[in-house]
Design a protein around this ligand. Structure first.
Ligand code: C2E
Ligand code: CA
Ligand code: CA
Length: 417
């Protein structure tokens, strides 16, 4: 080992390690398979995905130059806990388990001892987690695999939870805005604000990963209040800078935890009263689950919002509960049809029937309907023919930063389709 290997600058870490060139799209490691190498990304970008037991894949983040991936393999030859694919052509510096232990054997004795103590404790935590007493000595491989995956996810969750709080204060968290389009006119009716977290080392972390973790830790409360204020301020700036003369709306997502917090409605009122945004321009997005979990308090909260003129949208509609009777019980103004039905609509009669029924149901109950996840022209046309009011999806526009969306609105008075 040379002095170079202890430097933190990733450009100087290549003493001893071999370089691998990986083409965009290729898998670097596959979840569940064993490996005995970790990699440091020298150039390029990778995407990390987790496969759930039902075979659905979830993107959990991206990593760029300087990041290490697959480090557990050089510690205890454990199965990979995630799949990593190259998003771009990448150059990776490979560190094998042998190389690692060789480097350790030749390192400064204090450094060696410190690393060994840390690794032993880390390994112990992994092995102990969730294993019943009688299995403690040697769990069957599938239990070990599961435990490892579960536990490294738990370790990851704790890290994300701690880092998210700081990220909010450090300005690493921002909002992107996705246009929602009127299907009759092709004009933009409003936006949904979506949180983005660009971690300085790990790169982009998906909100579907960090929002549930922040909800569990309670950090979501501060994040949601910040998102609400920032979304209202952004809407005002957008209207001023683009000279848009009709009222645009801003749809903001909230979790059950926000919704159940004392003073939720007061804080929403206060934010609105401090901005020039009219209550009717604010749409609060909640899921069916929140209504079912706490029906009485949810109804009171929603009624107060509606009285003030705020719109209530049900997000991911159709995925939650089969009982529709609750729609009558809550003062809901908009249904957002979940992306999964829109995606399948043209090839699955069941999905098409469901989309038609939701639209009919919404119309009968005086609600507006927004279709989510419209990716194709064909889908937009079908939805317009079905009399769906609005749509949102990559076909029209992806979520964009405030600067990008300002330009988009200036350039696009109507989306033809
Ligand atoms: P959601 O509320 O259902 O948001 C819509 C998601 O669909 C967004 O993912 C958006 O980028 C994505 N999307 C939009 N159009 C298309 C399309 O045509 N095709 C596909 N495949 N996807 C499309 P995103 O931004 O990754 O957010 C994921 C989820 O994280 C959101 O789902 C929401 O549940 C949560 N989330 C995001 N931002 C916030 C936030 O500020 N507060 C809260 N509480 N939750 C948030
Ligand atoms: Ca939403
Ligand atoms: Ca949704």
């Amino acid at each position: 080992m040379t002095d170079k290997s202890t430097q933190t600058n990733h450009g100087n870490l290549d003493a001893g390690g071999s370089k691998k060139h990986i083409k965009a799209g290729e898998a670097i490691m596959v979840q569940g398979e064993r490996g005995d190498s970790a990699y440091i990304i020298e150039s390029g970008k990778v995407e990390i995905t987790l496969q759930a037991p039902d075979n659905t894949e979830k993107i959990v983040g991206t990593r760029g130059p300087g990041a290490m991936i697959g480090e557990m393999a050089i510690i205890d030859n454990a199965p990979r806990t995630a799949t990593v694919r190259a998003l771009e052509d990448c150059i990776l510096l490979e560190i094998t388990a042998d190389d690692f232990s060789n480097r350790l054997d030749h390192s400064d004795p204090i450094l060696k001892m410190t690393i060994q103590v840390i690794l032993t404790r880390y390994r112990d935590t992994l092995i102990r987690a969730n294993i019943a007493g009688e299995n403690r000595n040697r769990p069957p491989p599938e239990v070990a695999e599961l435990t490892h995956a579960k536990h490294s996810n738990a370790v990851e969750s704790v890290k994300i939870s701690n880092e998210f709080k700081a990220a909010l204060d450090n300005g690493e968290v921002s909002l992107h805005y996705q246009p929602i389009v009127n299907l009759k006119t092709g004009e933009i009716s409003g936006f949904e604000s979506l949180m983005r977290w660009e971690h300085p080392e790990r790169g982009f972390i998906s909100p579907s990963i960090f929002i549930p973790i922040a909800e569990e830790s309670g950090a979501i409360l501060k994040a949601s209040q910040w998102a609400l204020k920032e979304s209202c301020a952004a809407l005002q700036r957008l209207e001023q800078r683009t000279g848009y003369n009709s009222d645009l709306f801003m749809s903001v997502n909230f979790t059950s935890r926000d919704f159940a917090a004392e003073g939720f409605v007061d804080s929403v009122y206060e934010t609105l009263s401090r901005s020039d945004v009219k209550p009717s321009q604010l749409h609060i997005e909640i899921t069916e689950r929140m209504l079912i979990d706490q029906p009485e308090s949810a109804r009171d909260t929603l009624q107060m919002c509606r009285k003030a003129g705020i719109d209530i949208s049900i997000d991911d509609f159709g995925t939650g509960y089969s009982s529709l009777s609750y729609l009558q019980y809550f003062p809901i103004s908009t249904l957002k049809i979940d992306r999964s039905f829109i995606k399948d609509m043209h090839e699955n009669e069941g999905s098409m029937a469901l989309v038609k029924s939701i639209i009919a149901l919404g119309k009968n109950m005086n609600m507006k309907i927004i279709a989510e996840g419209v990716e194709k022209l064909e889908e937009a046309q079908i939805l317009r023919d079905l009399d769906c009011d609005m749509a949102q999806g990559y076909y029209f526009a992806k979520p964009m930063s405030e600067i990008q969306i300002t330009g988009f609105i200036k350039d696009t008075s109507k989306i033809e389709f």
